[in-house]
Unconditional design. Structure first.
Length: 291
């Protein structure tokens, strides 16, 4: 199997490369990198410098590939990175690449709830990317994960720092919005199996435990042995902060909308499809926060 990976230097992408680098089923692995280098090296890797947003840089990719795998995504816009370019236009460019290198399939990491009509640019552009892939004529495996956790993930590291240094644990609003965390190792193994088994369609990627955010924080507290109290930050304060502080706010208005909408899976479950038992919440939390 020959795969071309975009976003292989990020959190999920790095775990995927580690998962397949020594798998004999994968003989060639192309990687598109910008500034960061892959965390591991392999003789199978063919590294191309450039960015999937820049279609010209993708013309340096040569040879044939069976699958394009796209992990690229941003949670907040910056001056140089906009949702439309990163999520939507980047996928359009990769579809063109897929057809040029003879790929038969496209794997895309989307987000849970992307089809719920949430009025947030992150969700809209992710959904537009999905539609481009579905209409491309390629076989596709679109995955919609909830919170993806792992010890080296940005969310886990940020939450650990907050619990360590703050006198309380902040939770926005009442904390009753639902989440369904999944372990990063389970996600990338599902992708590996999905590619090798030729699985196609749109699937949810969630752990077996659907809990409120309050319950999730309590599980994290237990794993860390923390006795610090939870402080529920008023929603009005967070919305005002988002308006006044803009990009300096801990959460912008779109992120608040997505948070309160919850992050759970309603689609068919990818783990059942590929015969994998995802880790339960207590194990996910211990692996992500206890190290």
């Amino acid at each position: 199997m020959k795969v071309f990976v975009a976003g292989g230097t990020g959190f999920i992408g790095s775990h995927f490369l580690k998962n397949i680098a020594y798998d004999d089923n994968f003989e060639k692995i192309g990687i598109c990198v910008n500034k960061r280098k892959p965390r591991i090296l392999s003789e199978k890797f063919e590294i191309y410098k450039g960015c999937r947003i820049d279609s010209k840089s993708l013309f340096q990719v040569d040879g044939n590939y069976d699958y394009i795998v796209d992990f690229v995504g941003i949670i907040r816009e910056t001056r140089d990175k906009k949702f439309e370019n990163v999520h939507h236009r980047g996928v359009v460019n990769l579809i063109e690449l897929a057809k040029r290198v003879g790929a038969v399939g496209f794997v895309y990491i989307s987000a849970a709830g992307v089809d719920k009509g949430i009025d947030a640019a992150y969700m809209r552009t992710k959904f537009l990317a999905e539609q481009e892939i579905v209409g491309s004529g390629l076989e596709y495996l679109i995955l919609r994960p909830s919170f993806v956790l792992g010890p080296d993930g940005d969310f886990a590291k940020m939450l650990k720092k907050m619990i360590k240094f703050l006198p309380f644990i902040p939770v926005i609003g009442d904390g009753n919005y639902q989440v369904q965390p999944v372990f990063v190792g389970d996600l990338v193994e599902a992708i590996r199996r999905g590619i090798l088994e030729g699985v196609s369609g749109i699937y949810g990627v969630c752990g077996p435990d659907r809990v409120t955010y309050n319950e999730f924080i309590m599980a994290v507290k237990k794993a860390l042995g923390s006795k610090k109290p939870i402080f529920h930050v008023p929603v009005g304060f967070m919305k005002l902060s988002a308006k006044l502080l803009g990009p300096l706010s801990p959460a912008n208005e779109d992120q608040l909308k997505m948070l309160f909408a919850g992050s759970t899976c309603e689609e068919a479950d990818i783990f059942s499809k590929v015969g994998l038992n995802p880790k339960p919440l207590p194990e996910i939390v211990n692996l992500s926060f206890s190290s």
